[in-house]
Design a protein around this ligand. Structure first.
Ligand SMILES: NC(=O)c1ccc[n+]([C@@H]2O[C@H](COP(=O)([O-])OP(=O)(O)OC[C@H]3O[C@@H](n4cnc5c(N)ncnc54)[C@H](O)[C@@H]3O)[C@@H](O)[C@H]2O)c1
Ligand SMILES: [Zn+2]
Length: 342
């Protein structure tokens, strides 16, 4: 039999009590493939939580701990997080806290989790209205990336994950950007090499600066303004996935890059058109700017009245720790309202 990454459950974790954390969707769509690839896990205990960001909270965290505890998980047990970023974040956090830390393995089932959330050690839950307000850095012992899981993932979720690949290309490498421009998102096999490259690039950066003191900040490109759109949509009961919000954030931050760092305007137009050809523009009005700016100020990465978005000098040349005034941020929102798909 050929070796597969799933062999760890027969070898390294042969004697460990195994728990698989799922939500209702990954139980339905992901678990059958996992059990097919690794029949040993038929004996694992399944912990099911409700799907969706609104459940990435302390209450769900407590449910996971309760299940581990009631089923006598010990220090040698392993928690297998089978799902998207929500499952990886909350599962990683529960594993890191239970009895001061048990092993966890991430098996991402969304594109976003495959290229981003499952790697790099950020775990946690949301608290009150703040995303990832409580959490710790804790690395998964293994991450198993299997594109087979993407076959059941809705297109909107594929697009959300693809946004993180676009981000990764723009902050690291113009050649990578040239490749992703022509990607067929319908075919999970063509996505495979892009996933591998995005993971490698993320891990290079995360390993250099595990706790985000300096260079790791560049991974937040598109996220400063993106989080403002995401929170704003949430407050107004509008649907906007994380990745979609990040693309809208990148549009604003590229505009600021041109303004502050002379980012090439032709290049910016090409990228903006590419984004708007795949992602509908999230609508905002002038009357919303003040609220959006206040959300920017609440972001834990910004301090006092200064906003610190990641900006690009060129593709592959990001800068961090730049300050952006209130006036410029409002101008960026204003400019955003004029962007059009050509
Ligand atoms: N830790 C990090 O470094 C990091 C990085 C980026 C994002 N995140 C976090 O990740 C989360 C977003 O992750 P996400 O976009 O994967 O969302 P998600 O985990 O909520 O998954 C999106 C939806 O897809 C469903 N789903 C998952 N896999 C499926 C499959 N194979 N087939 C069908 N449906 C499936 C889920 O049940 C859910 O309804 C956010 O909480 C964000 O904060 C963390
Ligand atoms: Zn992100």
């Amino acid at each position: 039999m050929t070796a597969t990454p799933y062999d760890i459950f027969n070898k390294e974790y042969h004697c460990a009590t195994k728990f698989v954390l799922v939500d209702e969707n990954t139980r339905k769509y992901g678990l059958p493939h996992l059990l097919q690839m690794c029949p040993t896990l038929q004996n694992a205990r399944i912990i099911e939580i409700c799907a969706g960001e609104q459940h990435k909270n302390l209450e769900t965290f407590a449910q996971i701990i309760e299940q581990l505890s009631e089923n006598n998980a010990d220090r040698k047990s392993v928690l297998i997080n089978l799902g998207g970023g929500m499952i990886c974040d909350i599962g990683g956090f529960a594993a890191a806290c239970y009895k001061r830390g048990i092993d966890f393995v991430n098996i991402p089932t969304t594109l976003l989790a495959m290229v981003d959330a499952a790697h790099g050690g950020k775990t946690g839950v949301d608290f009150q209205n703040f995303k990832n307000q409580i959490g710790v850095f804790a690395l998964a012992k293994h991450v198993i990336v299997d594109v087979e899981f993407l076959k059941t993932l809705p297109k909107i979720e594929i697009l959300s994950g693809f946004a993180e690949i676009v981000k990764m290309a723009l902050i690291t490498d113009i050649n990578f950007w040239d490749v992703i421009k022509d990607t067929d998102l319908e075919n999970s096999q063509t996505l495979q090499p892009l996933i591998t490259e995005a993971i490698e690039k993320k891990m290079q950066i995360a390993n250099e600066d595990p706790t985000e003191q300096n260079i790791r900040k560049i991974l937040n490109f598109g996220h400063t303004f993106g989080h403002a759109f995401e929170t704003f949509a949430l407050e107004n009961g509008e649907e906007l996935s994380h990745g979609h919000a990040v693309t809208m954030g990148m549009l604003c931050e590229l505009w600021l890059s041109e303004k502050i760092l002379n980012f090439d305007s032709n290049q910016r137009n090409i990228i903006s058109e590419f984004i708007l050809s795949k992602y509908p523009k999230f609508p905002i009005q002038t009357a919303d700017f003040e609220r959006l700016f206040n959300i920017l100020l609440q972001d834990k990465k910004n301090n006092r009245r200064e906003i610190k978005p990641i900006l690009l000098e060129k593709i592959g040349q990001p800068q961090y720790d730049l300050n952006c005034s209130q006036e410029l941020c409002l101008e960026a929102f204003q400019a955003y309202t004029t962007f059009k798909k050509i």
